[in-house]
Design a protein around this ligand. Sequence first.
Ligand code: NAG
Ligand code: NAG
Ligand code: NAG
Ligand code: NAG
Ligand code: NAG
Length: 810
Amino acid sequence: MKFNGAIMHFSFVLYLITAVHGQIRYSIPEEMKIGSLIGNIAHDLGLDLKRLRTGRAHIAHGDNIQYAELRTDKGILAVKERIDREQLCGELTPCSFAFEIILENPIDLHQVTVEILDINDNAPTFQKKEIKWEISESAAPGARFLLGGAEDPDVGVNALQRYVLSANEHFVLKQHERPDGVKYAEMVLEKPLDRELRPRLSLALTAVDGGSPQRSGTVAIEVTVLDANDNAPVFNQSLYKSSVPENVPKGTFVIKVSASDADKGSNAYVSYSIPHNNDVFAINESTGDITLSGVLDYEKVKRYELNILGTDGGGLTDSTKVVVDVTDVNDNIPTVAVMSSSKSVEEDALPGTVIAVIKVQDVDSGSNGDVLCYINDDVPFKMKPSSNHIYSLQTAATLDRETTPNYNVTVVACDRGTPSLCNNLNLSIKVTDVNDNTPVFEKKTYTAHIPENNTPGLTLIILKAGDIDCSQNARVNYLLEEGMVNGVSVSTYVSVNGESGVVRAVRSFDYEQMKSFQFRVKAQDGGSPPLSSNVSVDVIIQDQNDNAPQILYPIQSGGSLVAEMVPRAADVGYLVTKVVAVDVDSGQNAWLSYKLQKATDRALFEVGAQNGEIRTARQVTDKDPVKQKLTVVVEDNGQPSRSAIVNVNVAVADSFPEVLSEFTDFTHEKEKNENLTFYLVLALAAVSFLFICCLVVIISVKIYRWRQSRLFYQSSLPVIPYYPPHYADTGRTGTLQQMYNYEVCMTTDSRKSDCKFSRPSSQGVLITDSSASETLQRIQEKERFINDFNSPEQLRLRRAGRRQRDAGGE
Ligand SMILES: *[C@@H]1O[C@H](CO)[C@@H](O)[C@H](O)[C@H]1NC(C)=O
Ligand SMILES: *[C@@H]1O[C@H](CO)[C@@H](O)[C@H](O)[C@H]1NC(C)=O
Ligand SMILES: *[C@@H]1O[C@H](CO)[C@@H](O)[C@H](O)[C@H]1NC(C)=O
Ligand SMILES: *[C@@H]1O[C@H](CO)[C@@H](O)[C@H](O)[C@H]1NC(C)=O
Ligand SMILES: *[C@@H]1O[C@H](CO)[C@@H](O)[C@H](O)[C@H]1NC(C)=O
């Protein structure tokens, strides 16, 4: 409207120009007070006030607002209305309004132009109170952010001149002017934003004009920094350490790792992972708790080093290291192993002999792996440590297989952990045999009793020797030791079975030749070298009743015998004669008893059962016949007993002639009877002599044997059988014991002199009253008798006997 008014006014002015004499121009600032003077128009037109009055000068009014009024009284123009240049002209410059002053009488027209000068009455203004920007922190420097412009209706210097941005680190202001002259500003990012540092920025943009005083307008700029994932997660430790006992169960919490991210939201969410997982540990993706997911074994892996990755939502990562030290737990039993073992040891091994080498181990560490090794203490062995973990099992004492053939050794290995774990190993150690024991006979000496006349091959005795060694070392062999018995090798008497120890007779023994003999048997084992021992075996030959008693007196002849004289005056118990008999057997077998078998008058005579004495049993009467005949039986005590029979003739008479008369059938022998008497006397003398000799011999033999007895026993020489001419004794005993009553009777009457063996012909008389085999034995060998028969004495006797017999036979 302002604009239009001006133009209309302008055309109106042009229209009036021809009638107009003068033109007046004024300049005034806008916004003057009403009534303020614009100009002295009267003066300027050269008119006097009267003219004005009379001409009724006035301002030609148009549609426009009357900014000015003419005061005719003073001839001046004054401000009638507030003049706002911005309202009147806008941005048009220069800004003016014009009007005419019209005078009448004469009409006179004067144009007046009033230029309005701008004053700075407007500040620049922004359309918005506040400018909001959301800028990502990742925005690159140089990024522009348009801020728009402010408006200032003033013109010229009073119009908007420039913008000013409040001080900040990040942005600078850049101003632009459009071709139409509008000024605007933009922010240029100079330094990157960091949300993490300053999430918001408050800036102010100020627009200033050039007026004086200067006016300005300000708008606030709120910058919100948007997050960009510009921060990687950061672990709060570069190394995490933890230690875990090896025996903890799965799922045990180990350690927590923690990473933080300075970003926001998902950019700040850190997820944890173990990139090169070995299935032993697991990590909670969200909490960073590391737990055990596998089995730990200190003996296999002592330390784990894990790389942990923390990743934020934007994919940025950080890594850290977790070191897990596995600590040892005494979870392993020590092992005991035999590295080498001989399994057996010879019983003569010296103490300190190594039997086995044993290795003990414990894979645990420290005291859990420290192993103590020992064995049970009831065995003669010891453990000797030889090097680390290695022990040698040695003998600690001498061994004896015979007492303990094997040992059970328990090797115990215990570690020092708490609680301590133990293991054991059983070794069976065999003690092998060494031939260190000699065979031992069951008895110190063996005595075999064997009846004479045995069959060859008869088992005498079974020897038995034991050897406590074993197998070959205990295999006993029996050997007969070479020796002599009676001058011949003992092997001709006995044989020994090497395997069984059975001793057999090789020949038949004769008690009358040999009562006993001795030999040694050796028992030898099969060891190398062999060991042996020997034992003495006594063979005692037992007598058998194989010899009948032999009648020594009265001499038996085929027909009649010489008669013993009994005087008629003889008293009861008169000793008529004595039957003398001998038995070469011994003991009971030689124990003789006498019995009257037949008699002419049984009441007249009796025979001493023990001594063979024939005595009268009653007073001899005249009625008794001269010629009496007695038959006496001599029996030994053997089983079965053997006997001999002797006939005794007795003449009951007071004188020899009487006898002769009675024994008429002997008359042709009268002269021989005289001889007989002589021979009887001679024989009696001889018998007495022999008796004395016997006594002497007995005594001397006794002394001799007493002296020689020791020598005899010690010497292993065989006893050479030697028989003194009249007395033989191969027995060992040389003493007569008191309890034995013996008597020797000999007679010179040896009318019987046949040398037939079936008939008794011995002259030696020996009566032994003995009871046991241990008795002094007297042996009269048949041969000896034969020898004796050949002595001159005997020959004479025999001759005499033969003559007598011949005489009796006739
Ligand atoms: C690391 O973070 C964890 C969890 O927030 C905390 O328990 C631990 O003390 C922190 N370590 C250090 C060295 O700050
Ligand atoms: C991780 O830990 C959280 C909180 O304790 C739990 O809810 C979540 O189940 C765990 N994740 C796994 C995989 O165990
Ligand atoms: C050794 O052990 C074996 C088998 O266990 C047993 O038969 C034997 O009697 C034991 N020996 C000793 C000497 O203990
Ligand atoms: C060894 O022997 C002992 C005692 O006889 C027994 O207790 C143990 O179990 C045995 N050890 C082995 C490994 O056989
Ligand atoms: C028999 O044994 C004894 C010891 O018992 C010994 O002195 C002797 O020499 C042995 N004799 C033989 C022939 O071996």
